[in-house]
Design a protein around this ligand. Structure first.
Ligand code: SF4
Ligand code: SF4
Length: 342
């Protein structure tokens, strides 16, 4: 579908969201909780905090929950009963909208979709992704941790959004990117005014401070470079960087139960945990935090892009903002580009 352009006043945007809630949409938006801002289900437009640059966590958990049951079983001694977890996937057949997220978070969905459909098709991920409509708001003032422009995106990118809003004074300009976006606004078109493409505000010229391809060229040739061991000595392996990241997707599968009944569950995991690669023999091929953070860099900026032609990072800066040891991935990647030229 060709993109369509609209305008909507701030007052009508509120009506749009409140009407969707009335029509039984589940609206997930940034909202204040426990002294911070997280994505959560809002009961009315005013519950949302649209001023925050980025909520603490991404909305990854609406595609890949922190923990989920893949199946449950019970055995009577004669019959075995298996209940497939896909039947109770929340979001299945439900009208769920992520409203007011940022372009970096929206771009993460299609990146994750690649790995969840590589060889094995993950019905759990796909079911949730299919039933999610993404309405993002372009950023006006990225902070010093952001580097989406370096990651082939921009604070105004519509990639991964179904509908992207840009604030212009007391109104919003809207680009409907695809059929999903058009379907969403179809019942509320009286609130939107269609405009021509050239009336839609053009993207600013966002400056880049490094070229990501240079970082990749360093990673291609320097697996054993001292930089990794020296730079990440302070990393405590807490995994916060991976849990807050919108594109990190490692998980572990555990069986809980006994012969009579039990379940198989999938939980978030992290390549930053020492036990992630610990062998039963006691050998650990990634024995230091330097090895583990190097793996994170290799996966994001080399391996994934070679396999899927996309970097596994959208430059949201969450891992840096939330790192208790102040390890800043933007500075790290910049270091790699400089080492590549040294
Ligand atoms: S959040 Fe920081 S300290 Fe924790 S594992 Fe990641 S880089 Fe290391
Ligand atoms: S690696 Fe860091 S900057 Fe990149 S997407 Fe993940 S949290 Fe954001």
């Amino acid at each position: 579908m060709e993109e369509k352009y609209f305008e909507i006043s701030a007052e009508d945007l509120k009506k749009f969201v409140d009407s969707m809630i009335k029509d039984n949409f589940e609206i997930i938006a940034p909202m204040d909780r426990d002294g911070d801002t997280f994505y959560g289900k809002i009961g009315k437009f005013d519950d949302a905090n649209l001023d925050i640059l980025l909520p603490k966590m991404s909305y990854k958990e609406y595609l890949l929950p922190k923990t989920e049951t893949l199946f449950e079983y019970s055995f009577s001694g004669v019959d075995i009963d298996i209940k497939d977890g896909i039947e109770s996937v929340e979001g299945k057949n439900r009208k769920r909208v992520i409203f007011g997220g940022r372009p970096c978070d929206a771009a993460a969905g299609p990146i994750m979709e690649k790995v969840f459909n590589w060889g094995y098709k993950d019905d759990f991920f796909n079911e949730r992704f299919k039933n999610l409509t993404i309405v993002s708001i372009a950023c006006e003032k990225p902070d010093d941790y952001c580097f989406c422009a370096e990651m082939q995106l921009s604070p105004e990118s519509s990639h991964g959004s179904d509908l992207l809003l840009k604030k212009t004074g007391d109104k919003y300009s809207a680009v409907v990117v695809n059929d999903k976006g058009l379907e969403l606004i179809a019942s509320y078109l009286n609130l939107f005014k269609e405009i021509a493409k050239d009336e839609f505000p053009p993207d600013k010229d966002w400056k880049k401070i490094f070229e990501i391809e240079k970082a990749k060229s360093f990673l291609d040739k320097n697996f054993k470079h001292n930089y990794f061991q020296d730079r990440f000595l302070s990393c405590i392996g807490c995994g916060i960087c991976t849990y807050t990241c919108p594109t990190c997707h490692c998980f572990d599968i555990q069986d809980e139960g006994d012969m009579k009944k039990g379940k198989r569950i999938r939980n978030w995991d992290s390549c930053q945990f020492a036990i992630f690669t610990l062998h039963t023999s006691g050998h650990n091929p990634r024995n230091t935090q330097g090895d583990r953070y190097r793996q994170r860099l290799m996966h994001k900026f080399k391996i994934y892009s070679e396999k899927f032609d996309k970097y596994l990072c959208v430059g949201c800066g969450r891992c840096s903002r939330n790192c208790p040891q102040d390890i800043n991935i933007k500075e790290v990647v910049k270091d790699l580009t400089e080492l590549a030229s040294a």
